[in-house]
Design a protein around this ligand. Structure first.
Ligand code: MSP
Length: 561
């Protein structure tokens, strides 16, 4: 099967990680975990994250803390690694732009662009946004009243002799590639924005800065001209190649998806594909720019001091489990074009509704019934077709309800579990390939909901109470419980990329950890080779998610000085 390569932005090390950095990396982690599952092979999937260390603001921040840029970068890169470990991200590599492997290869790419004439020396005068370390077009500068469109801080008019990347040469090609979805830019609202901006015309992009006296010795110099330093954005983009430019990793190019937020889409959808073209490399297969997290309805910013920092996230993980936090971020996050709000009350609602009363409750109900009625051993298998071939089981269950005066409104319902689970798997794979990560993980929950409905309808607990008088009902009871458990096993596969620890806990109890090396579609076949078996022990185990009091206060972060 083909390889899958996903990247996150590499994050600035001037400060510590917060919810935004964790969210983007979570998306890449879950997408990669899912693709490993689809392929049954982790070696075909590569997930890259890392840190961007040569920015001017890293130098300033280091100075303010009285340490060298390298020391400051080391400290904060370690914070990112720690945060990503705490979130249980399973990335394959963490690239730091101050590493030799990055510096040497990035310079080689730049040299190649100089040799091919795509980078050339020239004079530049333009509007510079010091807060974002980028030049903005005259049009943008005017529109935003000569302040930064991102931070609102004043722009500066700058003139300098620079090396330029001839972005203008790629205008028609970029327009065509993006318009035709040869390079899909997603969500589509973002594609339209990018196209609108390309249509205003592309200019040459400065890619170096002359080193001034007093500048820190930090960054990567122009390979042919050491008086110039490569502009940080240009070498940072190269990380997506430098990290996999080794004999065993080259097969991962082109990247399947570069993931980021909308703030840095232009670099990824326009400048980077043009650089790749000039380097003779294929463009990425998708550029995905999500929106922002805001907090309790307000934009997060330094001046408001309201970032959801890693300590707050950790406090939620400690109280509700990190899988619950992962689930909330994934399913409620700003994956589309709109911003998403992190609100405590909403967290509790989702936690109770989808986790405690969803997957948690279903698995514990089914596990408890198997324990109670069959001593924790599956009595038989069943083809999962209720109201179809195995209609008798459902009719028996409905008769048991009628006998106690609890007849269902519709006595002729059907449940076709091979179809319900098969469809969910197909949809999850389609959504995964389209980077609809929320939709992808939700397919697991869709199966859980179907099982819940099935249990409510077939009421196995009612059937069980009548077994003394109607021993023939035992077959129906066993079939209902088997099918519920088997459907939940398949749901757990689809939920595992989002909630790896909780699903591993379930697999340990139910003896159904997925075999290594087997692709998802085989693992997930209802009643197939990897299905639950007759005579298999299914232990009830602890409840996966305890219900929360919908009125409880947010957990408070433990601050360490
Ligand atoms: N270093 C550059 C990226 C270079 S990539 C070659 C950079 N770094 S950053 O530290 O500022 O990270 C920006 C990214 O962090 C966003 O694109 C997004 O992925 C994530 N987020 C930062 N704040 C965010 C929110 N409030 N909400 C969601 N994600 C956000 O830009």
């Amino acid at each position: 099967m083909s390889t899958y390569y996903t990247t996150t932005p590499i994050y600035y090390v001037n400060d510590k990680p917060h919810i935004g950095h964790c969210y983007t990396t979570l998306l890449a982690d879950v997408a990669s975990r899912f693709q490993r599952l689809v392929r049954g092979d982790r070696h075909d999937v590569f997930c890259l994250t890392g840190t961007d260390e040569h920015a001017e603001k890293v130098v300033q921040s280091a100075r303010a803390h009285n340490v060298s840029p390298q020391q400051w970068a080391d400290t904060n890169a370690a914070e990112y690694k720690k945060a990503f470990k705490a979130m249980n991200f399973d990335c394959d590599d963490f690239v730091r732009t101050s590493e030799d492997r990055h510096k040497s290869k990035a310079s080689a790419y730049i040299q190649k662009l100089v040799d091919s004439g795509d980078i050339e020396l020239g004079d530049y005068e333009g509007w510079y946004d010091p807060s974002q370390e980028e030049y903005v077009t005259d049009h943008t500068a005017k529109e935003s009243d000569y302040t930064s469109p991102v931070t609102g801080k004043p722009l500066e008019k700058r003139t300098e002799q620079n090396y330029f990347f001839r972005l203008d040469k790629h205008e028609d090609w970029l327009k065509e590639q993006i318009e035709s979805d040869a390079i899909p830019v997603r969500p589509s609202a973002r594609k339209n924005e990018v196209l609108g901006r390309i249509r205003q015309g592309l200019q040459k992009v400065p890619v170096s800065r002359r080193i001034k006296e007093g500048d820190a010795d930090w960054g990567i110099r122009m390979p042919n001209d050491p008086d110039h330093r490569i502009y940080v954005w240009i070498e940072a983009l190269c990380n997506y190649l430098t990290a996999i430019d080794t004999p065993d990793r080259q097969r991962f190019w082109p990247a399947d998806v570069h993931v980021m937020a909308k703030d840095i889409l232009w670099f990824h959808a326009v400048i980077w594909p043009a650089m790749l073209r000039a380097l003779g490399k294929e463009p990425p297969r998708m550029v995905y720019a999500h929106a922002y997290w805001v907090r309790e309805g307000r934009k997060m910013s330094k001046s408001l001091g309201n970032f959801i920092e890693i300590e707050t996230i950790q406090a939620y993980c400690d109280r509700y489990s990190r899988d619950a936090v992962r689930w909330y971020l994934l399913t409620q996050g700003p994956l589309g074009a709109n911003d998403a709000d992190f609100a405590h009350s909403h967290f509790l609602e989702v936690y109770n509704n989808e986790l405690a009363n969803g997957i948690g409750n279903s698995t514990s109900r089914v596990g408890n019934m198997i324990a109670k009625y069959y001593d924790g051993v599956l009595p038989r298998t069943c083809n999962g077709e209720f109201g179809f071939d195995d209609g008798v089981a459902l009719q028996t269950a409905v008769a048991a309800r009628v006998a106690v005066g609890k007849a269902p409104d519709d006595p002729n319902r059907t449940f076709h579990f091979p179809q319900i689970t098969g469809q969910a798997v197909t949809r999850a794979i389609e959504a995964g390939n389209d980077f609809q990560i929320d939709e992808m993980v939700r397919q697991g929950l869709a199966i859980v909901r179907a099982v819940d409905e099935f249990i409510t309808y077939s009421a196995p607990f009612t059937l069980a109470k009548q077994l003394d008088d109607h021993p023939e009902g035992d077959h129906a009871l066993g079939s209902i419980l088997y099918s519920s458990a088997e459907a939940l096993r398949i749901a757990s596969l689809l939920l595992a990329p989002a909630m790896p620890e909780k699903m591993a806990e379930l697999w340990a109890n139910w003896n159904c950890a997925p075999s290594e090396g087997v692709p998802l579609e085989e693992l997930a076949r209802f009643g197939g080779e990897y299905a639950l078996k007759e005579g298999q022990a299914v232990q009830k185990g602890d409840v996966l998610f305890m219900r929360a009091d919908p009125k409880e206060d947010p957990p408070s972060p433990i601050t360490t000085g």
